[in-house]
Design a protein around this ligand. Structure first.
Ligand code: UD1
Length: 466
């Protein structure tokens, strides 16, 4: 014990023992236990190198990624169909797992429940998690094989997430097919490079980024569980996308057909300013450049026809091979840490918790898309954002619950219209009420069309459920 304390003092973090004399044995034990798990030397390296960030690639060094576009010809539709068949085969063989990253702290949303527990759907106000669960149920039924659901949480929302599922009887999923695990945590540092106490016996830590999922999958036993079940492909998505086309067989099919190790979906960026990472090629490797890291020159670069040169917006949907994730775990520190200045809660000199508004320290996060450049082969596929992307990030305005609901209504209205059931609209074309179609009624347009009676009259609000 003495040796550990001395090592921490020698490394310049003696202040974490400031309240030692006031702690009981349990408090002392828990602080020491936490410190023993922190790699202080590595943290110091990260701190020292914080300004040595490799310069972002110049405009000349990056090229747009090769993207499988939306089918525009008969020939391309046939290719899509071929890919769909391959993906469906993998689903029927039970080779696909659904994996949601839900460890974020939903800071921008300002809610105190896990983001997945937020009520979201336009008519029934079903929570986000239920929309995902119903898709998994519907897919399992369609393909005759259950799709196991892996849910990554973090320290602060793990228990509420599990309890939420239990309270709702797992939304119909078999609990044997749900695997929860916590992602890793990472201590923050203040601007002087010192650890920060947020209680007298606790050092402030925060989730280590969704890139931490690569390592948490292994550490938690989730990868072993997948191998036991014969899973080869992990369908990765973010909890906040309520229009997720879960386990999309076309995407899976292209990935499998190409022998890729990790793949990504993109949509054409709405405009140069949209806050999504951009997928491109840097030195021949598929790479996501985060929106904050793009230079203005890159952000606004245009093609001769006036369209954006770097328009492949990452919607954070990936397929990863189980083998690939295993390989990434063979070495330490495979993914880099990104450093962000944040407001870090800390103790005042009187030992009271202070939650500052201003940035006062550094948080360290790994990003899953950094694994793309480590894959031998990747596939990047474009999808229609109106059909697959409705992220819930902010409480109001852009990417909020309201915009997500509007996007759902718009999509379901289009399905109904295309299936021959006109939807009441105003003169501007806005739908005159709410529509919700449960995945248990129809997972996609084709299924809706096959189920809708002839001359079906749409009355709003409309809910089509099981
Ligand atoms: C993210 C992507 C961005 C992409 C956009 C699409 C990053 C850095 N950027 O932006 O490229 O275009 O989504 O919607 O990811 N999460 C964890 N653990 C963590 C941190 C996050 O599980 O430690 C999960 C969150 O629960 C959420 C997802 O990761 O499901 C995204 O996190 P968020 O911080 O909201 O990323 P964005 O900045 O919105």
């Amino acid at each position: 014990m003495q040796r550990l304390i001395q090592a921490v003092i020698n490394a310049g973090h003696g202040h974490v023992f400031q309240w030692w004399h006031t702690l009981d044995d349990a408090g002392k034990q828990s602080l020491l236990q936490q410190i023993s798990l922190i790699d202080i030397a590595y943290l110091s390296d990260l701190y020292r190198s914080r300004r040595e960030k490799a310069p972002a690639p110049s405009l000349q060094e990056i090229t747009p990624a090769a993207v499988i576009g939306l089918p525009k010809s008969e020939e391309e539709s046939v290719l899509h169909l071929g890919a769909r068949r391959i993906g469906e085969k993998a689903l029927q063989a039970g080779e696909v797992a659904a994996f949601v990253v839900a460890g974020g702290q939903a800071t921008r949303l300002g809610v105190d429940v896990p983001k997945g527990a937020m009520e979201i759907t336009p008519v029934k106000r079903k929570p986000i998690f239920q929309t995902h669960a119903e898709k998994i149920l519907a897919l399992s039924k369609r393909h005759g094989r259950s799709i196991p659901f892996y849910i990554m949480t973090s320290e602060s929302n793990d228990r509420p997430t599990r309890e939420f599922f239990e309270k709702n009887r797992n939304f119909g999923l078999d609990p044997a097919n749900i695997f929860y695990f916590c992602q890793g945590m990472m201590p923050a540092l203040d601007f002087e490079g010192k650890l920060v106490l947020d209680a007298k016996d606790h050092i402030f830590t925060s989730p280590n980024g969704h890139g931490g999922s690569i390592f948490a999958l292994q550490r938690s036993g989730a990868l072993d569980d997948m191998k036991r079940r014969g899973i080869k492909y992990i369908f990765y998505f973010q909890v906040d996308n309520v229009l997720i086309n879960l386990a999309d067989p076309v995407f899976l099919g292209y990935h499998i057909e190409a022998g890729a190790e990790m793949s990504a979906k993109v949509t054409a960026k709405r405009d140069a300013e949209e806050k999504v990472g951009v997928i491109c090629q840097v030195n021949g490797k598929t790479t996501v450049i985060e929106y904050s890291d793009l230079s203005d020159e890159q952000r606004y670069a245009k093609n001769p026809d006036g369209s954006l040169r770097f328009s492949a917006g990452s919607i954070a949907i990936h397929v990863l091979n189980v083998d690939f994730v295993e390989r990434l775990n063979l070495k330490e520190n495979t993914l880099p840490f990104h450093i962000a200045e944040k407001a870090i809660p800390h103790l005042s000199s009187e030992g009271k918790l202070v939650k500052p508004r201003k940035k006062n320290g550094l948080k360290f996060e790994m990003f899953v898309f950094d694994a793309l450049s480590l894959a031998e082969k990747t596939v990047v596929m474009e999808v229609d954002r109106n059909e697959e992307f409705a992220p819930v990030k902010n409480a109001e305005g852009e990417d909020s619950p309201q915009t997500a609901r509007d996007l759902m209504v718009r999509l379901y209205a289009k399905w109904l219209n295309d299936a021959g059931a006109p939807v009441p609209r105003d003169k501007q074309g806005n739908v005159l009420g709410a529509i919700e179609i449960s995945p248990l009624f129809a997972l996609d347009f084709e299924e809706l069309r096959s189920k809708l009676p002839l001359s079906y009259e749409v009355r709003l609000p409309l809910y089509l459920g099981p």
